[in-house]
Design a protein around this ligand. Sequence first.
Ligand code: FE2
Length: 326
Amino acid sequence: MAILGIESSAHTLGVGIVENGKVLSNEKVMYEIGTTGIIPAKAADQHAGNIGTVIRAALSKANLKMGDIEGVGYTKGPGLGPCLRVGQLAARTISLENKIPIVTVNHAVAHIEATRHIANAKDPIVLYVSGGNSQILGIIDEPFRHYHVFGETFDIGVGNMLDGFAREAKLNPAWGSSVAKLAEGGKYIEMPYTVKGMDFTFTGLLTNAVRMLKAGVNSKDIAFSIQETSFAMLCEAAERALLLARKKEILLSGGVAQSKRLSEMMKMMGKSHGADVFVAPNDLNADNGAMIAIVAEKKLEHGMNDTLDRCDIDQKFRADKAEIKW
Ligand code: FE2
């Protein structure tokens, strides 16, 4: 089956084509965030202007015509309403015009499942870490097969915490890698460390880091310390979930999974429990259309087609609401 997937939940408009689990193309155009962050209406306007071009680019790269596509999937959420609408409308149009099935895809599940698929992981504990999200998940079967959220941030995502510090320290975007670079050679300073069971918070850490920065503490030492502290918090919570759920695999996914230090720490923790650690390749950590197509194909293979009237968007669509039949 050749399946086309559309991702448009935030600043990336991505279109990917997958056939029998193999990625044939994965094209994208990104909205420049600059220093203002994403302005949803502007990003959506740009996505709407580019959607035709990106779809054509994905088809051409895959060496296919629209007539060859047998199903279409799009990101239902979570994400920014105006941006999600662009993908939804494009997918509905493609489905109607070509009389092919359509499926909705959860953005977080797409990041995770694309990695599980590529890494051939069976039943991992997942650390999903990005700008807006920080969750620890694992598949459970009750009351339906889905990713149960074992733990999550009570306030901001770890990525937003690093970005917030980077903005204050006037580092260059992309902020996560700028913080990592600044942290090289830094010394550890004690920072607020907040883990409750398998949940955690990051705003105290950010407030403390910004206060230290304003007080003239070496920014290198602060960068090093917020990385070490936040990543240690994530490792502690993930370790608890791994042992509780008695799993033997850990999977890192989402934008912050690109951090070498985080995967190094997670591998140390995994090793001490005999668990394999998989890290998503960078092109799947960044938002993209292929991850949507991968999940769309799995859903179609399992008869999980959506009817057009159910093809809506949901800005707060949680991973634990999406059924995983495979
Ligand atoms: Fe994402």
